[in-house]
Ligand binder design. Structure first.
Ligand code: ARG
Length: 588
């Protein structure tokens, strides 16, 4: 269906046309002076230049031609604004179109086009830390938004499984358990099925090895050597690597599940490795790559570059491949396996240069044609109190689990007085805690840094996840009390505009803004636009709720219309929070 501003623009465009002016001046927008009107058209001001006429005269002529009935008021204000208030009847007629459709009448533009979203950024053998939170939450939300917009959206965790961390673990394992068959070069039998470590062991081994390697050069060289041998196919090291993958992926899946973040693909950096030699060969043959101090590089600098753009290094002088080689090869693989129309990366913004080099290399090499969109959405950092990065007391990066726990604990504190049975309460606290985190994060623009203020984000008041959930739970309980059955007919309930109050009208208007908000969120891949819409709706709902006695309303016509209103608020906002990856409890 048309958005409300589109519907109104249509009417005003016709009036411009009927008054003898170009109809394109009839574009209407949501008013930026809500105290004066709901919608405004500034077209007369622009038309004035073209028609050499006073804008106010044009506005008056156009206003004359505006169809009666649709508006409660049409006012011309100097120097030539047309200020509009829609009639409640027309508004109710418009919103009827939102009922009975799972997308509430939203017109999708995705056309089933395939989009791969690379997000999460986890690395095997390393626990998720605070830095992994934003790409996971934002990526998941973007995937859901694009899915809603009709894309075939595929999430890929793209595990880091191929770097020095594996070499470090192998080296440390060898030091601790030299007798394992993986280290016996003459061993030709079958390696054990069981891993020689658990996830808890791994989580201790990696940080230990990483720290130790910084103090001991020989150890570090050994780890580098092990990494190279692994990549070249060393049988025993490959077997250890497989154990690491198995143990780690099981654990990561559990952790992402807890975050309500789910990936369609669990591809790994190493999967793209087989393509690197042929890509490099091709680049060399076509003279697109050159050797620079023994390393193989592709020049990606362009004439209009404002900032430094170093060449993209694909192979080091010792033959090793790098992060960039893997990412170029991954795009090659994605094209080959999925042929996507669009690839979006939700990764820390500090990797911006890397992706720019990778994208340019791929374009130069013809790995992707111009009609494939490549987008880097660099997320900002989430900081703790005082704008400082979240750290453990020892100054290490904070594990994600601990951060989540501290927030859930805070929510539990706030819910201590509730008489909900303990077991259920615990589940609710988990849900509310997660909502606090996700909403707090997503309501900030993805690219900006922000401070995670635990007190504010877990508050049940204000623009927070718990406040939104609380509002939804309130509506659920109202609907339960109203006791409506499956047969309730929302559309006929909107036939009457009897006694529509100011706060009720505003709520319908806010809901009608769903299409515009959603369009912006999808076009700009911006979950925070959805948060703004959610908050406005929740806030408007609460004003309406405080102004009206819903349950005890005696007039059936009014009560039915209010019931339809509650159903729509719940449906739309629940859909919106789902697009943020947030679940709603039944009570709290
Ligand atoms: N694992 C990487 C890291 O920890 C992030 C991966 C992002 N995706 C990509 N295709 N490079 O930095």
């Amino acid at each position: 269906m048309l958005t409300l501003t589109q519907s109104i623009s249509k009417i005003i465009k016709k009036a411009f046309n009927d008054a003898g002016y170009d109809e394109n001046f009839g574009q209407v927008s949501i008013s930026n002076r809500p105290d004066l009107c709901e919608f405004q058209c500034n077209g007369a001001l622009m038309a004035a230049k073209q028609y050499h006429k006073a804008p106010i005269a044009i506005a008056n002529e156009v206003a004359e031609k505006i169809e009666e009935g649709f508006f409660e008021s049409v006012l011309v204000a100097p120097p030539g604004f047309i200020n509009l208030k829609i009639s409640s009847k027309a508004l109710l007629k418009h919103v009827t179109g939102m009922f009975g459709d799972e997308k509430f009448g939203f017109e999708t533009l995705g056309n089933n086009k395939k989009v791969i979203i690379d997000y999460g950024g986890a690395n095997v053998a390393k626990p998720l830390h605070v830095g992994h939170l934003r790409p996971a939450i934002i990526g998941e939300s973007i995937k859901r938004i694009l899915e809603f917009d009709g894309y075939d959206a595929i999430g890929d965790v793209h595990l880091g499984d191929w770097g020095l961390q594996i070499g470090l673990i192998i080296t440390e394992l060898k030091r601790r358990q030299p007798g394992l068959p993986y280290f016996d070069e003459s061993f030709t039998g079958e390696y054990p099925k069981e891993a020689p470590f658990t996830i808890t062991d791994l989580e201790e081994i990696y940080p230990y090895a990483s720290k130790y390697s910084k103090t001991d050069e020989q150890y570090r060289d050994e780890a580098k050597q092990a990494t190279k041998l692994l990549q070249d196919g060393h049988r025993g090291f490959r077997a250890i690597w497989q154990h690491i993958l198995d143990v780690s992926i099981t654990d990561l899946k559990k952790n992402y599940d807890n975050l309500n973040v789910h990936f369609e693909l669990w591809k790994k950096e190493s999967d793209a490795n087989v393509y690197i030699p042929e890509i490099i060969e091709d680049l060399k043959n076509r003279g697109l790559a050159r050797t620079d101090q023994g390393a193989l590089v592709v020049d990606v600098k362009e004439e209009n570059d404002q900032k430094e753009m170093p060449p993209c290094i694909l192979q080091k002088s010792d033959g090793a491949y790098l992060y960039a080689s893997t990412d170029v090869a991954t795009i090659y693989e994605r094209k080959k396996l999925f042929d996507p129309a669009w690839i979006i990366y939700v990764v820390d913004k500090r990797q911006g240069l890397h992706f720019e080099q990778v994208f340019r290399t791929c374009r130069k090499a013809g790995i992707v044609s111009d009609d494939i969109k490549l987008t880097f959405l660099g997320n900002g950092t989430m900081n703790g109190e005082g704008g400082k990065p979240f750290k453990t007391r020892d100054g290490d990066v904070l594990r994600l689990e601990y951060l989540i726990k501290s927030i859930v604990d805070k929510v539990a504190e706030r819910m201590a007085d509730s008489d909900i049975p303990e077991e259920e309460k615990k589940k609710i606290c988990d849900m509310v805690g997660l909502a606090a985190i996700k909403y707090g994060d997503l309501s900030n623009q993805a690219t900006k840094d922000y401070v995670f203020d635990i007190d504010r984000f877990t508050s049940f008041d204000g623009n927070t996840g718990p406040y939104i959930l609380y509002t939804l739970v309130r509506i659920k309980s109202l609907l339960q009390k109203l006791g409506i059955g499956d047969k309730f007919d929302c559309v006929s309930a909107l036939d009457s505009n009897k006694g529509v109050s100011e706060s009720e009208k505003k709520l319908w208007l806010t809901l009608a803004g769903f299409h515009d908000a959603m369009r912006k969120a999808a076009d700009e891949i911006a979950p925070h636009k959805i948060c703004t819409f959610i908050y406005e709706t929740a806030d408007q709902f609460n004003s309406f709720y405080h102004d009206n006695r819903i349950i005890s309303q005696e007039d059936c016509e009014i009560k039915n219309r209010w019931t339809a209103l509650l159903i729509l608020v719940l449906g739309v906002v629940e859909k919106c929070v789902d697009m943020l990856g947030i679940n709603v409890p039944d009570r709290m």
